[in-house]
Design a protein around this ligand. Sequence first.
Ligand code: PXP
Length: 249
Amino acid sequence: MALLCVNIDHVATVRQARRTFEPDPVTAAMICEAAGAAGITCHLREDRRHIQDRDLRILRQTVKTRLNLEMAATAEMIGIALEVKPDMVTLVPEKREEITTEGGLDVAGQQKRIADAARQLRDGGIFVSLFINPDPLQIEAAGATDAEAVELNTGAYANARTPDDRRREYQILVTASALTRTMGLTLNAGHGLTYQNVLPVAAIEGMNELNIGHTIVSYAVLYGMAEAVRQMTRLIEKATHFPQLYRMA
Ligand code: PXP
């Protein structure tokens, strides 16, 4: 069975909208683990738009399953990873202006840079994965680095507009998955997976781990909404029934 790693970035996105202390991605990680997540993923972006350095450090101390840090292959991020020592680093491309990670890492086009980054991280005792498109050229390039795993980008499959396009993108993923395993690399996948499209990907032979974030945070917001409103109503009722207890002097 594929393991579920929950990406908690968007819990921090909501917090950063107000620059406050809630919702806390660290608490979210604990709840995910208690509910059976096999790992916690977070992406420390150059612009720190959601996860902050402090979150990463506290997550390192509190995550009891496995902590996977998504990051760009920059000197700054490699330095942070070697200091914090997540269990795993997934190298991703990063552009400031993008809404989310767009496309996989071009390993073939920057072989030396990625190979150097992977080597430094692996020498630091960190398991390294490369987020790449399901493209044989990229898988072979990944296999020529010290990375032990790849995360196949499921974005094109997830974003396919027609059933035919989705089927075609799925076959590309299946072929890429087989090549990944033939090359002795651990097979992970993620990006854009939802409750509606996850089943065929989770069913791919040898799928080790799925990284899923936005849809889980979305589900939590919507299905937790009724209880959140009931709790606030209970507090307002209490104040209405016992105003003398709650008025401040
Ligand atoms: N994998 C990688 C490499 C990502 O960058 C992201 C998004 O941060 C995910 C998986 C999770 O994608 P989503 O939030 O669409 O589930």
